[in-house]
Design a binder for this molecule. Structure first.
Ligand SMILES: [Zn+2]
Length: 502
């Protein structure tokens, strides 16, 4: 039976990988790329970690696996919450392999939490938004010693993040070495939060030169260990793939979708501390930031943001802080989800919730008229599947390559915020050493990855897979592929048992 190891590198773009290779940081990877059958760009839309990884891992689009962002918006409760593995409606590659009696080891699946136990798998959730490092089966809990549970949620700045990444990478190397001496898995898949987490910290500190120009010494150390891990996996297993869930690029104009909708009278602002806190908490999990925002006295905040008061608000704020001895932060308002008609939910989900169907066309027209927005599509024009109704009604396509991206869901003073930063871009990468003996370099979609790997390891592909009637995929795989409908059925049962036992 054929086996493979996969290394997922969050946010790795072609340009950044080239920088690392040109600086001689990833010698083995360079060699591997030159001799790989697949070395191509991977189109990931929306370029959002919590939607793209489940798509990559399951081989189906968000309308079939059910996850489009960090958040799940409940239209009946008019409220949102963080997504979990229980929201996932289609099994991922390790779960599919396990169902047909093949073995898999996964480090950092997405979603990470909770781990739904399944025979033939070893699963470690260290990063990617798990409240604490967890492992299955329990006997592998010894591996958690490499990861501190405090660092896993909170790291402060760029330097600290690089330091943590270095420590964690050393941990991952030891674990993989150990696991591969005791086990011979058909699939080993390890997702790393790098370079994404490093880029976001770099962006916060204005170190935008990390993307193409400058190389930091700890960055070299982190990626040297990653290169070592790739070599280790290739040597032990005999085939290796590298995949990313989106790329990264430079931007200088940020579009505030909720400000557009606020100006159109569709969004109602809110200074409600509980919403602000909840959003901040959820966003902080994403940004891995420990900075606590102190937003007190919402009435005062509202007053200070009033157009007439604003010119002197800084002075008033300082005065207030001096008198009371308390620190306050004047935050921009968030969306009042309960009373607003249309709004962007997550920081960069690209999705806009429109509560009433009769508003969809209107919202689409308003958003399309904004400079920097290339296209606004209805969800049914982008995705297809039985959970389509969960997704936001509209999806925005910013003009990424003209320097436009979307800003967080707050309501700002202007629609376009001019700031230089580095951020997500739809093109990730996919490299695979051995496949069908021919070179493949057409750009492929993120939902191709799992079917290609299943094809390689001689496992049937899910009948739900988006590649089923895809002409490009048919050209790649010819016509000797097997499909099965058992995966989704079993997954539903496995989840039901898990819920029952809870
Ligand atoms: Zn990502």
């Amino acid at each position: 039976m054929r086996r493979i190891g996969v290394i997922g590198l969050d946010g790795l773009s072609r340009g950044y990988l080239n920088k690392l290779i040109e600086r001689g940081v990833m010698v083995y990877t360079k060699h591997l790329m030159e001799h790989s059958e697949i070395n191509t760009d991977l189109y990931c839309y929306p370029p959002v970690t919590l939607s793209s990884w489940p798509t990559i891992l399951s081989g189906v689009n968000p309308a079939k696996h059910g996850i489009y962002d960090f958040f799940y918006y409940d239209r009946i409760k008019n409220d949102f919450r963080l997504v979990s593995t229980l929201d996932l409606e289609h099994p991922r590659i390790h779960e599919m392999l396990a169902m047909i009696g093949r073995s898999a080891i996964v480090i950092n699946p997405v979603p990470a939490y909770p781990i739904i136990p399944i025979k033939n798998t070893i699963i470690l959730s260290i990063e990617f938004f798990t409240p604490k490092p967890i492992v299955y089966p329990q006997e592998k809990a010894i591996y958690l010693k490499y990861f501190s549970s405090s660092e896993h949620i909170t790291t402060d700045g760029f330097e600290e993040e690089l330091n943590r990444a270095k420590k964690y990478m050393e941990g991952y190397i030891s674990i993989v070495e150990d696991l591969l001496t005791c086990h011979k898995p058909d699939l080993l898949w390890i997702n790393l939060h790098y370079p994404d987490s490093i880029f976001h910290k770099a962006a916060m500190e204005g170190k935008l030169d990390i993307l193409y120009e400058k190389t930091y010494s700890d960055e070299v150390k982190v990626f040297s260990i990653i290169d070592k891990l790739i070599r280790l996996i290739d040597n032990e297993i005999g085939n290796v793939a590298i995949v990313s869930d989106h790329g990264f690029a430079e931007y200088n104009k940020y579009i505030s979708v909720n400000t557009i909708l606020y100006k159109a009278g569709l969004v109602n602002p809110s200074y409600d501390i509980s919403i602000v806190k909840k959003l901040e908490t959820l966003n902080n999990v994403e940004a891995r930031s420990s900075k606590e925002t102190i937003i007190k006295h919402s009435r005062l905040t509202r007053l200070l943001r009033h157009p007439l008061i604003k010119p002197m608000s800084r002075r008033l704020k300082r005065l207030y802080e001096r008198i009371t001895g308390k620190k306050i932060k004047i935050g921009f308002p968030v969306v009042d989800y309960k009373s607003s008609l249309a709004f962007m939910i997550g920081r960069a989900s690209n999705g806009v919730i429109v509560k009433k169907p009769e508003y969809i066309e209107r919202v689409r027209t308003i958003l399309k008229s904004i400079k920097g927005i290339a296209e606004v599509k209805k969800r049914e024009e982008v995705f297809e599947g039985r959970y389509l109704h969960r997704l936001p009604e509209l999806f925005i396509y910013p003009e990424y390559d003209a320097g436009y991206n979307l800003i967080d869901p707050k309501i700002y003073d202007s629609i376009i915020i001019n700031k230089k930063s580095i951020d997500h871009h739809p093109y990730g990468i996919f490299i695979m050493k051995k496949y069908r003996g021919e070179k493949i370099n057409v750009t492929i979609n993120n939902f191709y990855v799992t079917p290609i790997i299943q094809d390689y390891v001689e496992a049937p592909i899910s009948i739900e897979s988006d590649v089923l009637h895809d002409p490009t995929f048919s050209r790649i795989i010819k016509d000797d592929i097997k499909y099965t409908d058992l995966y989704v059925k079993r997954w539903t049962i496995i989840k039901r048992i898990y819920r029952f036992k809870k």
